[in-house]
Ligand binder design. Sequence first.
Ligand code: GUN
Length: 279
Amino acid sequence: MSNAEILDGRSLADEIKLNLRRQIVTNNLTPNLAVVLVGDDVASHLYVQLKTRACEKMGIQVSTYLLNKNCKVAEIKKTINWLNQDKTIDAILVQLPLPDQIDENEMINMIDPAKDADGFHPVNLAKMYKNKSIVLPAPAHAVVKLITASRNFRANLTAVVIANNDIFFQPIHHLLKQYNIQTNYYAPADIDLVADELRAVDILIVAVGKPNLITSRHIKDGAIVIDVGTNKINQTIVGDIDFADVINIAGSITPVPGGVGPMTIACLLENVVNLHKNK
Ligand code: GUN
């Protein structure tokens, strides 16, 4: 029998949402979010549907702007510019990934930082590094909230992020540094090279997109294990971690689904409410 703690993202997200709902009702807030969705990627449409449903339950109005997958860069720019200038819009989210012909960074950089629902704009990232931003990148914020909610969490631990690029790692590194936690980053190709370090690290965060990439042989006894992966096998959603195996050795572990996903949405809602209050 495993003694691992399951880090339940749904119930933690419910607590955040209850608090936001209280703020909205008590202060008669009327936040709204504009979503720009380009193309017909099934997963992106599903994510936008989940975000929309969560917003609407909360009393956040959502308007979605659908663009064709072959649309010109100029059309997306025009949409973002128009939303930037519309004084009634509080927050803008451009769903990623964008089709190949579109430069994602260019689009993110076009969003007015005062309306940046994801907290991905460089102006907001720079503010975050000075602890002055009212929006935090939702996926990184979700991961750190789950880690700090763990019964095995304390300051001065060590952490590793395994991801396809370091864009996701940088904000986690910054947020965990506040607890004096040193975080290292590795690409999936490095896993065998750094196997000894993985087996010694207190917190392991994996965001690659490969089922069963991580098994118990990669994990320290009692570690906090955070699975950011979402992979579809037949009709089942699984993460990057072999849950049934790793649960026997981990101290705390996030399930997929029901871990990082719902927390990321809750953190997005928090950003939207903060942007509205700051208007
Ligand atoms: N696609 C996958 N995750 C995200 C996210 O957090 N924000 C946006 N805009 N797109 C995504």
